[in-house]
Design a protein around this ligand. Structure first.
Ligand SMILES: Cc1ncc(C[n+]2csc(CCOP(=O)(O)OP(=O)(O)O)c2C)c(N)n1
Length: 607
């Protein structure tokens, strides 16, 4: 084991401890006013702890960004605490008001969360759109020199049931996605139970079809070493063929049961028997639990081996609840160690009473570890919350002397901006889910072109076939074409709307969508608002203008969305000049500081 691997093992242990203690403390130690369970996900954290250790302390660079699996939030915060970036007070208040959030939150947590997560699937999807936004910026004159980072999602395997992930994969393929890693915590457990046998073989084909590399990380160093021993190949075959349910149940039952089962299935009075008998029960359990995703050394090496920018999916085999008494139990998703289990586990982790919150509670060589931590690349440049200058908003005018629909007025406003040279127009990026022309973005796109990393001419122009829409792609293009999936529209608006903060380059994203289909992307819209992403969404056509479209295309309820969605200012303009005023206001409003914080401060001042 190299010195680095030793440090990673030490960190992994500390993170396992702190993430679990934080949850235990909130549920069993902190005084409570009622009997309501506080909650928290120890087993989901445990299965990710080795992956996250290898990622944050070995693979990541300061320009990389991560969406953390929602229920691994305690591990993320334990990392920040270990690095001295998070106070114990915040952790003591886990899941409480002002405390560490249940799911990593850009707006509520204080320790440099890159992307909020919580509604499963969306954190995964946004990494792909953030990568597209990064490419968009770096292709522009004003974005040259942007250091390209990897956009990384830590993914629970059950998240792969969410349809938005596949919509994202398709859009990524169309846009030559790169610099994106999805690391799947393949613990083969979801909330209710154990995932279907053989599911990933099918999912793997989907990734492959969309141009992703898939890296399977099935075995850790202990297992690989055992496979080299005489009889090891038979053990390997047994592990590879063991059904998920069975593996989980045996893991829960531990070393003695593993021994009996392996001897029953493989005992040969020869090499395999000797391989098993060379190990104590505890060693045998450690061997069988040493799957690739629970082996920090293996994960670090796997990440290190990637030297290209192709989108890559890592399938890291893990055990939910790894390293704890609930390992492998199918009910462990929301289950917590009880007080006596925790006591025993605390002893085994070597943490004395009163030392629980110590940064190095489980660390023997504190000085050595501190030395290592100060060299970890990802944290070298400190917090990565950027900002960019506020852009002046020009006067927005519209000729209201003739009758015009608000949709046409919107198109005219953008057309006027596209003709000018304003700094604002330079930073506008438009996007639409296959309704660019019918939402009046045509004139803007004709002038400002579509974005692609490489130029692509419009064959209709080359053949001189008359068409109202030029469909020319270029690196300096300012419209991002999307397929019909409205979830993708909102995810892209979310990613582009965080650009000033994530990449230090302000964008003014404008998305258009037929108003009734806002609902189709609603959860992603909520997700974007929750992260305080800044964008303008134009729902058009809407209201009575949709009457001729029939019952399937009505947008009667969308004003209620506007009213109820936190972080969203909504309008129903009926006049062109009214629209001009709103849009001018919106261009300034989307550039303001954190709105929620301003309101809170005002509230405090009044009180
Ligand atoms: C959109 C959405 N639906 C349902 C949930 C509730 N939920 C939270 S975690 C979870 C299962 C997650 O399983 P997995 O992704 O495999 O993570 P792990 O088993 O590692 O906790 C569910 C159904 C949610 N957070 N978001």
């Amino acid at each position: 084991m190299t010195a680095n691997s030793r440090h990673l093992k030490t960190i992994e242990r500390q993170l396992l401890w702190m993430s679990h203690w934080m949850i235990h403390h909130a549920n069993h130690v902190r005084p409570k006013e009622d009997d309501i369970k506080v909650g928290g996900h120890q087993a989901s954290s445990a299965s990710m702890v080795s992956i996250m250790t290898a990622l944050y302390f070995s693979a990541l660079r300061p320009e990389d960004r991560v969406a953390v699996k929602p229920h691994a939030s305690p591990v993320f915060h334990a990392i920040q605490h270990l690095m001295g970036n998070l106070s114990v007070e915040k952790m003591k208040n886990f899941r409480g008001f002002g405390g560490v959030q249940s799911y990593p939150s850009r707006t509520k947590d204080v320790d440099d969360v890159d992307f909020s997560t919580g509604s499963v699937g969306l954190g995964v999807g946004i990494t792909s759109f953030a990568s597209l936004v990064q490419d968009y910026i770096s292709a522009k004159q004003w974005g040259r020199g942007l250091l390209l980072g990897r956009m990384v999602a830590l993914v629970g395997d059950a998240e792969l049931d969410e349809g938005n992930i596949y919509e994202t994969l398709q859009e990524g393929w169309k846009n030559n996605l790169r610099n994106t890693w999805w690391i799947i915590d393949y613990n083969r457990q979801s909330l209710d139970g154990i995932v279907r046998e053989g599911l990933f073989e099918r999912i793997e084909k989907i990734f492959d079809a969309f141009g992703w590399d898939v890296v399977r990380v099935k075995h850790g160093v202990l297992q690989k070493a055992a496979f080299e021993e005489p009889g090891g190949d038979r053990l390997r075959d047994w592990i590879d063929n063991c059904p998920n349910q069975e593996y989980a149940a045996l893991t829960f039952m531990g070393g003695a049961v593993w021994r009996k089962r392996l001897m029953d299935d493989l005992g040969d009075q020869g090499d395999v028997t000797a391989l098993i008998e060379r190990r104590s029960d505890a060693e045998l359990a450690a061997l069988m639990e040493n799957l690739g995703g629970n082996c920090v050394e293996t994960m670090a090496r796997t990440f290190e081996a990637i030297e290209h920018d192709r989108p890559t999916c890592f399938l890291a085999y893990t055990i939910k609840g790894w390293g704890t008494p609930t390992a492998g139990h199918k009910d462990n998703h929301g289950g917590l160690m009880n007080t006596s289990q925790f006591r025993g586990w605390q002893e085994s982790m070597g943490v004395a009473d009163g030392q629980e919150w110590e940064r190095f509670a489980t660390v023997a060589q504190a000085e050595e570890l501190q030395g290592f931590l100060s060299t970890v690349s990802f944290f070298e440049k400190g917090p990565r919350r950027f900002s960019d200058d506020v852009i002046d908003v020009p006067e927005i005018n519209i000729d209201s002397s003739r009758e015009i629909s608000t949709q046409m007025a919107f198109g005219k406003i953008l057309d006027d901006l596209s003709k000018g040279q304003s700094a604002l127009a330079e930073r506008i990026v438009t996007t639409s889910p296959d309704v660019t022309g019918t939402t009046s973005l045509g004139p803007w796109v004709n002038r400002r072109k579509l974005f692609a990393r490489t130029k692509q001419a419009d064959a209709f122009i080359e053949h001189r076939i008359p068409s109202t829409a030029k469909w020319e792609f270029a690196p300096d293009g300012q419209h991002i074409e999307l397929g019909i999936a409205e979830m993708n529209l909102m995810l892209l608006l979310g990613a582009a709307g965080l650009s000033h903060s994530v990449f230090g380059k302000r964008l003014i994203p404008i998305g258009t969508v037929y108003d009734p289909f806002v609902c189709r992307g609603l959860d992603s819209l909520n997700y974007a608002c929750y992260q305080d992403a800044r964008f303008i969404l134009i729902g058009t056509p809407s209201g009575v203008t949709l009457a001729p479209e029939g019952g399937a295309h009505q947008s009667v309820g969308t004003p209620l969305i506007g009213m109820s969605q936190d972080g969203l200012a909504a309008f129903e303009p009926a006049f062109a000049d009214e629209l001009a005023v709103i849009i001018q206001w919106a261009f300034a409003y989307v550039q303001k500081g954190l709105v929620r914080r301003t309101l809170l401060e005002r509230g405090r001042a009044v009180a």
